[in-house]
Ligand binder design. Sequence first.
Ligand code: NAD
Length: 417
Amino acid sequence: MADQANPFESLQEQLDAASEYVDVRPDVLERLKHPERVLATTLAVELDDGSVELFEAFRSQFNGDRGPYKGGIRYHPGVSRDEVIALSGWMTYKCAIVDIPYGGGKGGIAVDPKQYSESELERLTRAFAVELRPLIGEDKDIPAPDVNTGQREMNWIKDTYETLENTTAPGVITGKALDSGGSAGRVEATGRSTMLAARETFNWLGGELSAATVAVQGYGNAGSIAARLIDEQGGTVVAVSDSSGGIYDPDGLDAEAVAETKRETGSVVDHPAPERLSNSELLTLDVDLLIPAALENAIDESLAHDVQADVIAETANGPITPAADAVLTERDVYVVPDILTNAGGVTVSYFEWVQNRQRFSWTKERVNDELERVITGAFDDLVAAYESNATPTLRTAAYVVAIQRVVDAYTQGGNWP
Ligand code: NAD
């Protein structure tokens, strides 16, 4: 995967690009480009053989003007301070574009979880939860899953927090298993918002998602579910990939069957298909819709010249470098920005938190209906900003809406102390 852009700098460039369309003073904008607080810690964790290993871990609280900090926790060897800060900034503007009452946060541990046993990962997660305890809380900062973390890690963090606080506080974290206070529809939510954002975009452009050919890079939680839901809508998923490579079938893959193969063998490449392809071949396929759903910086400037898709729905956070974004804009490729496309995860996290606070569970139908209302409403706000401001890209329009909402909350609260 190409890696020439510092994600924190990408975030700042995106904010600068949008700022000329927003009623914001330069000093206020500057404040919105930096995190309020960053925890950097070294976790000392006992391994199964009795030795102790050190892990770098971070939690960034980027902005709390609109509510408690909110954002996932990522386990990946590439986790760095700047990456976590950038992701926490994107969370701020993501929560604002979908208009849920949260600020932005993010956390991560520099670790390849595949190299560790379950008990080692539990000790690592609980060690991080101990460090996070003073910062997090139902009304303060609410973590969630991200790359390589899921219900299991969320349950451990909730249990550590509740044990140390001697209370029950299921809303301290979202993305939990159902029996630990999770929400129906949470696992599917990011894939569902990808499908909804893509559907709205095709409708807006006068087309139909059901007539689209689709390629999906990254077949984890978000990518595989987006593929299945698009498949269910009648779209044709012709190519998918993961870190081991990709597969291609011009007649369409059965998205659920591919997910089944990945669950069984660990990779989509083991699924029978007429052709194998590399990740760069997948990203430059001639399809109607491209979904990068792996990690940031997947599409760099040189690759952007070869992209043939008409629409890109960014399921991963920051998958297109700013230089690539400029090339894609010039080439009239519509990019549906990450802060809207993948906002389903945080939106249903918000529903989970609301249910936790009310000690009341919603049905899956209610969750999906409310999610559809939020994503289509946000898409309408984005299009209205795009058309009325004549912004160069949908991304800029999304930031215009989001920045204005954060600026308004900040201005209404005032600067103190
Ligand atoms: P995941 O760990 O479940 O899946 C990631 C997938 O990407 C895996 O299939 C992995 O094999 C693949 N991958 C890794 N490196 C790759 C490469 N070089 N080329 C191709 N594939 C590669 O993670 P996820 O939860 O699906 O998240 C994916 C992206 O979506 C991340 O950027 C994440 O921040 C973003 N996101 C996820 C959620 C969520 O709720 N899951 C919410 C918002 C944003």
